[in-house]
Design a protein around this ligand. Sequence first.
Ligand code: ZN
Length: 672
Amino acid sequence: MKNNWNIKESKKYINYYKKKKINSDLALRIYTTHLLGNNSNLVLHGGGNTSVKTQSKNIQGKKIDIIYIKGSGWDMSNLNENGMPGLELKPLRDLLSIKKLSDSDMVNYLRKNLLNNKSPNPSVETLLHAFLPHKFIDHTHSTAILSIVNQKNSLKICKKVFGKKIGIVKYIMPGFNLAINCHKIYNQNKNIEALILLNHGIFTFGNSAKESYSRMIKYVNRAENYININKKNKIDKLIKKNNKKIDIINLSLKVRNTIFNLTNEKWVVNFYSSKKLIKLTKSKLFLHSIIKGPVTPDHVIRIKPNPMIYNNNISSIETQIKKYSQKYSQYFKKFNKLIKGSIQTDPLPRVIILPNIGIFLLGKNFKETQIIKDIFISACESIDGTNKIGVYKSIPKDEIFKMEYWPLERAKIAKNKMPDLNGKIVVITGGCGTIGLAIADEFINDGAEVILLDNNKKNISSIPDKIKSKIMHIYCDVTNKLTIQKVFKRIINTFGGIDIVISNAGKAFQGDIANVSINKIKKSFDINFFSHQIVAQESVKIFKKQNIGGIVLFNISKQSINPGKEFGPYGLPKSSTLFLMKQYVLEYSKYNIRFNGINADRIQSGILNKKLINKRAKSRGLSKKEYLRSNLLKVQVNAKDVAKAFIFQAKLSKTTGNIITVDGGNIEASLR
Ligand code: ZN
C-alpha cells in the first residue's frame, strides 16, 4: 500500500481551512482522514474513525483541551468540519475513574460535552480516542489486517507480523469497556505505535497527522507482505459444476417475489459477478469460511451475520430463502435477551451466493445494494487472505448478535420513513425528452429507481446532471421488439424486476387526411401505436412471471379523444392506443396488472416543439401564447403537470382503465 502523504496537498488543506477559521490541527486531520477514506482497502461506507486533540478558548476566554472526532456513520472519504464534532476533553478523561457506563449514559454524556450542541453524534469509539494521550489517532478496518486478526491463532501471528511496538487487544465489542481495555494495554507499554484489535481492526497514533497516517500504512504493508510471502498452496476442493443451468433473469424475479411475500415490500435485487468472485465461490474452503461470521463487527448491520449460499440441486430459491429466514428468526429468538427491547429486523439475507456464477445483492434500494456489494467484496478478500495463511475464525454468535442489535450501531442505518415509491422500479420510454425527464424527476423524488429509454442521442447526452446521477439510461428503439426484450433483461439483471412502465415515447405526424401518404400514417403507427403494444406486451410477460403486480401507463394524448385539424396521422394511432389500454384492462386485470393513460394537451416538448406550436397556433389564428393557454382555465399546462398525473395514477392501487385529462379544461376532449 502506497503512502499518499503529499506536502503540497497538506498545505492546500491548511490554507483552505484557515479561511474558515479552522486551525491547522483539524485541517490536517481532515486531510489524512480523506487519504484513509479514499482507500477502499482501509475503510468503507462510514466505517473507521479518526481524531485529533488540540486546544481552543471557551466562552470565558480560558484555554481548554478539546478533541475533534469523526461523527458516527460519517464517510471518511469526503467529510468536512461538520463531520468532525468537537468535545471538551477533560470530562471525557474523567470517565477513566468509573467502573461501569451504560451505552445510553455514554451517548448522553458525550452529547453533553459537545462544543456545538448541533453537532452529529460523535463516533461510538470516542472514549477510546479520548483515553489515549496521542495527538492524532487513526482507526481503520484494513482488508489485510483483518486477514491477520481473524485467524485461529491470531495472537501468535500478530506478534510475528507486527513486532514489539504494538499492543494486542482481544475481541470485545466497541463502547466503554473496549476504551478502558485499550487504555490499560497502552499503560503496559507506553512506547507502542498501534493497537491491533483482534476480529476488528487497527488503531495507529502519532504526534502529527503524517506520523499517525504513515504508521497506518506501515502496519498495513506488514500485513500485506506477510500474506504474500506466507501463502500456502492448500488442497482446496472445488464444487461440482451445476448440472442444471441457472437462468439469472428468472431467478432474480423469483427472489424479488419471495422478498415481497415475506416482507410485503418491493426491494432491489442486483446481480453482480467478476472473475475473482467466480473463482472464490467455487472453492469449498471459501464457502465454508464465509458463513462463519463477519470479519469486523460493523459489517454485520449491512450484510447480516452470514450470506445465503444457493444450491440449485436441492430445492427452489424460494424454499432456500424461507429456510434462511427461519434460521435467522431462530438466531434472534436465541439471543434477543442479550439486548433489552431489541426488535427483530427483516429476516432476509443481504447476499445470496450463486456458486461459480456470482452474487445477488438484496437491498431496499439500489444504493443500498451497492454499499452491501462493496462491504461483502472486501470481506471476501479478507477471508481469502486468511485462508491463504491459516484458518478463518470469526467472533462467536452471541457477540455477532450484540453488535447487530446494538442500538448505537442501528442508529447508523436508521432512516426516517422511506418515500412511497422506495424500491419500485420504473421504466420510462421517450425518457430523455421534456416530458420524460419531468416524469423521471417526480419518480426520483418519490424514491423510485428510474430507467430512461430513448433513441434520441442528443436528448440522452443532455440529461441534466441532477437527474443523470440518479438514473440509468439506455439507448433504445421502442419500435423494435428484440431491443425491448434485451433492454428489459438488462434492467432485471440490475434491479431484479420492473414495477411501473410509462409508455411515453411518441412523435407528431401531420397531414390532410384525404391527401396524406399511407406511408406517413404507417410510420406514425409504428411509434404512436405499435411501440406501446410492444412495450405493454413485454411488460406483461415480466409482470406475470414476477407475480407481484405491475403497472403500464400510456401517454395517450388529447388527439385520441378529440381530433385536431390536419393531425389525423397522429390521432389515429393514439386513439388505437386508448383502445389498446382498455383491451389490456379487460384481459390482464386478473394478474393484478393495472393500465391507465394520460390525455394531455398542448405541452411544450420535443413533440410539440416551438416550430409546431407556431404552425398549430397559426392554423387556429392565435398567437403562440394564446394557443398554449387556449383552454377553459386559461393556463399553460407544463410537462410537470403531466408527470404529476402519472405518479398519481401509479399510486392509485385500485384504479385501472382510467384516463386523467391534463389540459387546463377542454370540453371537447373531456371524457363522456
Ligand atoms: Zn472499528
